[in-house]
Design a protein around this ligand. Structure first.
Ligand code: SF4
Ligand code: SF4
Ligand code: SF4
Length: 334
């Protein structure tokens, strides 16, 4: 039996065994000595020095450099600094694409992976992890217009208002795919994620007002707010397009549960609707039916497809769209 290539072993560690491209991405970002150090993680620099037989100061410098590139993360268990390897494809993708010195060929190879290998891995991932990792948060105004009470962790405004630290990074999906001209610097990082971003130098600190301005700009552009799918609130607010995003195209085309809907769905008041079609153009999920398909003299929401993003509300000239609660609070995992 042949010894597995060290880059294959790194690929196995992030659960992408079988990928031809991921080992090449690792090869572009770390040399063999660094790969061995990653495989020895987790551990403090002293422990990693013992495991690899290298001097502690050399290991410390190498760990710091791997952290800067995004393949290693810091941990502070028991007050001691340690390092661990990125745990999955999402961390590897998000962190290393923001590596400030990433060469264009590295980003292009990521895009090749997303187009050729990722869809198959995503189909497997939703079977192994049935709970979606992310969830859509609705445009707040759309919920309020429906007379509903939005919860703290599904309100982008309140996530921002309660944050102790905020930063913004570039959208990694658009950075590699560049299929649209939507704004790049719109991924809002909250608290620990913001501290991580600022420590690594991969984003800039922003005020609450700047974060709110980013949210409103993204709503204007028709970008979908997405956060972590858990009730304690998220570390980020992504603002996704439906062309470059790693998840939404597969949600739309195949219904893959990579991103959960919000707890709300849109309704159109047929008496107010003047059939201008703006909501039809705005909806990224093909969830608005035109009069010829709805069978009435108004546009209508297809509840099988509506993800509750609320983007169809702010631009309706008649205020005919509102969001209504359709899922219970425990729809959002604790
Ligand atoms: S998930 Fe959305 S906002 Fe986040 S990086 Fe991808 S497209 Fe950009
Ligand atoms: S934007 Fe408003 S008025 Fe125009 S089609 Fe949609 S619901 Fe009707
Ligand atoms: S109809 Fe479309 S745009 Fe409106 S809330 Fe549903 S998914 Fe979003």
């Amino acid at each position: 039996m042949t010894e597995k290539d060290i880059y294959q072993k790194l690929t196995d560690k992030i659960m992408l065994t079988g990928s031809k491209i991921i080992p090449e991405l690792f090869r572009m970002i770390v040399d063999e000595k660094e790969a061995a150090l990653l495989l020895a993680m987790p551990g403090s620099p002293e422990e990693l020095a013992r495991k690899t037989g290298r001097p502690v100061d050399e290991v410390e410098t190498a760990c710091q450099s791997l952290y800067h590139r995004g393949v290693a993360f810091k941990s502070h268990k028991g007050g001691r600094l340690g390092y661990k390897m990125c745990r999955d494809m999402i961390q590897f993708h998000d962190a290393t694409i923001l590596w400030p010195e990433a060469p264009r060929e590295y980003l292009d190879l990521w895009q090749k992976f997303m187009e050729t290998e990722w869809p198959e891995f995503a189909r497997l991932a939703v079977q192994v992890f049935p709970k979606a990792f992310t969830r859509i948060i609705p445009v707040e105004e759309a919920v309020e217009a429906g007379g509903q009470k939005i919860l703290d962790f599904e309100s982008a405004n309140r996530i921002v208002e309660r944050a102790e630290k905020l930063a913004v990074t570039k959208c990694t999906c658009r950075l590699i795919a560049h299929k649209c001209d939507n704004p790049l610097e719109v991924c809002i990082q909250v608290d620990n994620a913001a501290r991580y971003t600022l420590d690594r130098g991969t984003g800039r600190e922003i005020t609450k007002k700047e974060a709110i301005d980013i949210l409103r700009l993204c709503e204007e552009k028709g970008l979908v707010h997405v956060t972590m799918n858990r009730a304690q609130g998220g570390h980020f607010i992504c603002n996704c397009c439906s062309c470059c995003c790693q998840a939404l195209p597969l949600v739309i085309a195949e219904g893959l549960n990579l991103c959960a809907p919000s707890r709300y769905q849109a309704r159109i008041d047929a008496d107010l609707c003047v059939s201008c079609g703006i909501c039809f153009e705005r909806c990224r999920f093909n969830a608005i039916k035109p009069p010829e398909a709805s069978g009435i003299d108004a546009y209508q929401v297809d509840s099988d497809r509506c993800m509750g993003c609320g983007l169809c509300r702010p631009t309706c000239p008649e205020g005919a769209v509102t969001l209504h609660e359709t899922r219970p609070v425990d729809f959002i995992p604790a």
